[in-house]
Ligand binder design. Structure first.
Ligand code: SIN
Length: 303
């Protein structure tokens, strides 16, 4: 099950997606002790501290979650202190998710966080934050500037998490790669809205948010499949991975590794989902006669 993403060596291709664990260092440490977890991506940290939006910020729709948390975080300087307190005890690579507004912020954050990160994931895809996420990530020139600043500030692997909410996602991913990204994470949430029919108003305080979970899995598979045909860098698949079949599907589409997020929340924050998915993949590899998980990557393109 060992896999490499850029220069990150993962004992398993199953990665904890950004957002699910909040900003807590102790949670990250606990998660890293699960032998089926290959790496952990932190909650996105921004240049300035953010309180996030008022409640309600998350709604369980049954087929997925709709969330607009508002990127709550203590800001990169305080978060660095939190991560520094646990970094030495971690058993897996720590990928720090950053959400910059521009290249200058990106460069400063990465320089400061370099000592606690094994790699970075640049969030240019949160679908509902002013001057952040998708607002900067839908413009290829801005993505290029941000990723260039990150690249110039670190020698560590740089992943860029892209949005399904833009039609030119291949151009966005390509501009990130041209600017020095080592890998692309696809996808962040799909912008959506829920309305309470009794209250007759939007459920989320922010009115709209990002849909994750089961419902977006086919969108993720399609985007990973397309990116695999167009890019030469590894793709990390993310979107509605609830069981081993979902993970295998993304790998057959072209993902080198797979992130799991909503399934953890769906399972009431139990990490057993990682163990079950890993077991299922190993059984599948044995049944199909593969000797390594690497053999799966992109196989659906041969048909
Ligand atoms: C949030 O904190 O509101 C979600 C972050 C994201 O969608 O990237």
């Amino acid at each position: 099950m060992k896999m490499e993403v850029a220069s990150l060596v993962l004992r398993s291709p199953l990665i904890v997606a950004s957002g699910v664990l909040g900003s807590s260092g102790s949670l990250i440490k606990n998660v890293s002790e699960n032998p089926s977890v290959g790496a952990v991506v932190t909650k996105t940290v921004t240049y300035k501290p953010r309180n996030g939006y008022e409640n309600p910020t998350v709604v369980d729709l049954g087929y997925g979650f709709l969330n607009a948390m508002g990127l709550p975080n203590p800001g990169y300087l305080d978060y660095k202190v939190e991560l520094a307190s646990i970094k030495r005890d971690l058993e897996v690579p720590l990928i720090v998710s950053i959400g910059p507004s521009n290249g200058e912020e990106a460069g400063k954050m990465v320089e400061a966080l370099n000592s606690v990160a094994d790699g970075f994931e640049v969030n240019v895809s949160c679908p509902h934050a002013k001057n952040l996420g998708l607002e900067v990530g839908s413009d290829v020139q801005t993505v290029r500037k941000i990723v260039k600043a990150v690249r110039e500030s670190t020698g560590k692997p740089v992943l860029v998490k892209i949005s399904p909410n833009v039609t030119d996602f291949v151009d966005v991913a390509r501009s990130a790669v041209d600017a020095g990204a080592d890998a692309i994470t696809a996808i962040n949430t799909v912008r959506g809205m829920a309305i309470d029919v009794n209250a007759m108003k939007p459920v989320l305080s922010n009115l709209y948010g990002g849909l994750s979970g089961k419902a977006i899995h086919p969108v993720a598979v399609r985007i990973v499949y397309e990116l695999y045909e167009k890019l030469e860098v590894p793709i990390v698949g993310c979107g509605g991975v609830y069981d081993w079949k979902d993970a295998v599907e993304l790998m057959l589409a072209g993902a080198t590794a797979v992130q799991i997020g909503s399934a953890i929340a769906y399972r009431k924050m139990s990490l057993n989902v990682f163990n079950e998915i890993e077991k299922g993949i190993i059984e599948y590899l044995t049944t199909k006669g593969f000797s390594s998980i690497r053999e799966l990557v992109g196989l659906a393109h041969n048909s």
